[in-house]
Design a protein around this ligand. Structure first.
Ligand SMILES: Cc1ncc(COP(=O)(O)O)c(C=O)c1O
Length: 380
């Protein structure tokens, strides 16, 4: 004890002797500067961990390029040209906008007016893959059948299932049929697949992400949730992250343009609530390795959402036709939720999708308000 005190005394004397000649201002400023430098290094390291070295380097390079005289001005001028173009386009469109209710109704003329407006749209029929999915003529075959069925129910309100029992039944049937296509009848699914319809792929994704967040909070107490997605995942996941306060870890795709399972694994930590695989993703039309992601999700006890918005009504049939389709649905262990768009290759009108969950334990946190849960969703 005495020896330690003596050593401390000697160190203090030596330090004081060394610093005696230094300017006092420097002695105050040096630790402050060191603190600032340490904070900057810590922030840079956190940025690299968050966004990856490549993205950080590209951002830095762009910032450096903008320092070259003239570059910033050039970029600003190009941007304002685009903004001007957009604004002048919308200005001419605005000129023709009706902004007040007509004083007198015109039931005979209005359909003609609507037709004239519709005639100005781009001729999309069969030419706008990724925009409208149904083909053929509106007045014939499947297209006309769907329009007729839709018009029969266009003024219902699914919120009031006591009034519209028909809609409740139809929702339950769409959910059950979609689930059956996606493995609900297979033993590996656990036999409890459930879900509901939504207004589109984005809403299905929003619900799946929010449900995974709340499920992981109840299961593991995660309060600073993070999710791992591939660079190729749909922008709806960023939207969900912003709405529901979730940190996104976006992992670059591998050489085959698929979700990089090793990269995903490196991002898993104690705050990870979920991962996302797409089957297929929109940019490349490729199926991520869902089975490997499922193994990873099971190993770490986290959720795995499969984005089948595009593929849900294609892959099951492609498999039946004999195409070598890798596992992508609830038959894969670890998959906890799936989104599938009826309004894409299900060929239904815009505004219909399904979100499915592995079991009721997961789904029950989807809607937590008593008011809504009592009336809103069909559970089959
Ligand atoms: C893979 C994928 N996920 C999600 C979505 C979002 O669907 P929606 O446009 O119905 O919101 C899309 C849309 O194209 C998609 O391709």
């Amino acid at each position: 004890m005495e020896a330690a005190a003596e050593l401390a005394q000697r160190l203090r004397a030596a330090a004081n002797e060394r610093l005696a000649g230094q300017e006092p201002l420097l002695l105050v400023a040096a630790p402050l500067l060191a603190l600032l430098a340490a904070r900057a290094v810590h922030a840079a390291a956190a940025d690299v961990a968050d966004r990856g070295l490549r993205t950080v380097l590209i951002t830095l390079a762009m910032a450096t390029v903008k320092l070259v005289p003239g570059v910033s001005g050039y970029i600003a001028a190009e941007k304002s040209k685009v903004v001007e173009q957009l604004q002048s386009g919308s200005a001419s469109a605005k000129k023709n906008l009706r902004t007040e209710l007509p004083a007198v109704g015109d039931p005979d003329g209005v359909i003609g007016e609507l037709q004239a407006l519709k005639d100005k749209d781009v001729r999309w029929q069969g030419k706008c893959s990724g925009t409208v999915y149904i083909a053929g003529s509106e007045s014939e075959g499947h297209f006309s059948l769907i329009n007729k069925a839709y018009s029969m129910f266009s003024h219902t309100n699914p919120l009031h299932q006591d009034v519209f029992k028909s809609v409740a039944q139809l929702e339950a049937e769409v959910v059950a049929m979609t689930a059956a296509l996606l493995g609900s009848k297979e033993k590996a699914s656990g036999g409890q697949i459930c879900g509901n319809m939504t207004s589109g792929g984005t809403e299905s994704i929003l619900l799946a992400v929010k449900t995974s967040r709340d499920y992981m909070q109840s299961k593991k107490g995660i309060t600073k949730p993070e999710m791992i997605i591939a660079e190729s995942a749909h922008s709806a996941y960023d939207k969900a992250a912003q709405y529901f306060n979730i940190k996104v870890r976006r992992v670059p795709v591998n050489k085959e343009f698929l979700a990089d399972v090793k990269g995903f694994k490196r991002c898993i930590n104690g705050n990870t609530i979920m991962m996302v695989g797409s089957a297929p993703g929109f940019p490349h039309g490729l199926i991520d390795p869902i089975e490997e992601l499922g193994e990873l999700a099971s190993q770490y006890g986290i959720c795995l959402h499969v984005d089948l918005c595009l593929g849900g009504f294609v892959l099951p049939f492609a498999r039946k036709l004999g195409y070598p389709i890798p596992p992508f649905d609830f038959s894969v262990k670890g998959v906890t939720s799936i989104s599938t768009d009826v309004h894409k290759y299900g060929l239904a009108p815009k505004g219909t999708s399904t979100v499915l969950y592995r079991n009721h334990e997961i789904r029950k946190v989807e809607i937590s308000m008593e008011y809504l849960s009592s009336v809103c969703c069909a559970i089959f």
